[in-house]
Design a protein around this ligand. Sequence first.
Ligand SMILES: Cc1cc2nc3c(=O)[nH]c(=O)nc-3n(C[C@H](O)[C@H](O)[C@H](O)COP(=O)(O)OP(=O)(O)OC[C@H]3O[C@@H](n4cnc5c(N)ncnc54)[C@H](O)[C@@H]3O)c2cc1C
Length: 442
Amino acid sequence: MNCQGLTGKVILPCDAEYNCARQEYNEAINKCPLAICYCRNIQDIVNAVLWSERQGIQVRIRSGGHHYEGYSVGTDKLVIDTSCMNGIKVNSEDDTVEVQAGTRLMHLYKTLYNSGYTFPGGTCPTVGISGLVLGGGIGLSTRYLGLTTDSLIEAQMVDASGNLLTANNCHNVKLFWALRGAGGGNFGVMTSYKFHLKKINKVTLIRLKWDNKSARLGFLQAWQEWLRNLDPRISAFGRIYKPGPLLFGFFYGYPEEARQLLEPFLSIPGITYENIEYVDFIDAVKIIGALYPLREAFKATGRFIERQLSYCELEKIIDLIEAAPTEDNSFIGLYSLGGAVRAMKTDSTAFFYRQANYIMGISSSWESEAAAPVVEEWVASGFKYIYTLSVGSYVNFPYNNLPNYECAYYGEHIEELRSIKKEYDPHNVFEFPQSIKTVYCG
Ligand SMILES: Cc1cc2nc3c(=O)[nH]c(=O)nc-3n(C[C@H](O)[C@H](O)[C@H](O)COP(=O)(O)OP(=O)(O)OC[C@H]3O[C@@H](n4cnc5c(N)ncnc54)[C@H](O)[C@@H]3O)c2cc1C
């Protein structure tokens, strides 16, 4: 392979760093790219896109490397990796920030906190801003501040011809719409983003836990009732494990009020850990971030729930948990939506499922390779059941075996997205197993 014209730091299979460089966050992913190009600036990205076209080699785009199914790498592909481009420029005059595409969340949270700002990102500290914002972005500020993508006011992208484009509400308007919810890997290589910010530096951190199996059903009932009419200043994630449920969240207000809002949970018997305290935003982010391992082998996915589930359906979820392969790392996840997400019109961005009440996820991980098939089987059977309760899939919680993935991720927005794909990537240069197709394939 002739690497002439490829700039930045290029790692080839013969290099000592190759095995480390090809590794995604999900250790179950095992792909062998032809080369990994760590771009240091926009010109390196342009060169990589043009080089791949000359060589007839397909590309994959990577930033934080947290794609559940590993679509940011690929065997025999060129990986265009932006993780070295992680500059952040805060502008306090107009409450905005410019963030390079390879920035990871904790770096962003810390920088913004130092200037007095909160940020509606996700919970895992090493997730990349790119995958997060391009797929929507859900976290513990979502119901108050919207999806991560709802704070985006501008983005820059290198297209398939190597041109640098700016997308905002005045330029490349359709592209800007598409990037907010359907941008991950589909239209070009993003180089930077501009977000508007809110000045807040304290939140009430919420952590509740029950080591009690009999709390699980009551927790599920409380969760869906709770979200019906909930104060948008509170957002939460729930997890139901075999031994019992837990809840964590942020409230943009004081603990006394949070406590009142949490009454439906606090009254569930058997609570073993309760922490509701007013802390610096950055401390809240760090405490929640500590829940995530540095890396793990896992299988997970998640679907949007729009309706109240019946008692019988909730019981079946509990049966599913009871059948989980492990106690500590298999769970049904709940991710609150509504509030500021629902307040925006469905067609305001490509993110389609704004009416959903929450996402229900299923997740499990393993340490020994031998356990992988059992875990994957449990996730597959759980997915099958959750599918019947739900209306669509969150593109940032993707699943290889998802039927009709384009409609599942993008709902009625798919045809508009397809026409934008044809306009910006007519030769389908940016293709991966679940990319938006230029032609409907059925
Ligand atoms: C442990 C863990 C915790 C998570 N927590 C949350 C959470 O709290 N909230 C939430 O909403 N999601 C969460 N996610 C899901 C996460 O948002 C997605 O996995 C996201 O796509 C990861 O982005 P990344 O840049 O790290 O990943 P990557 O694997 O690098 O990229 C993900 C996708 O974006 C594309 N992409 C990456 N960089 C670019 C670029 N520069 N230009 C164009 N396309 C690009 C890739 O091609 C790929 O399709 C979590 C995931 C994990 C593994």
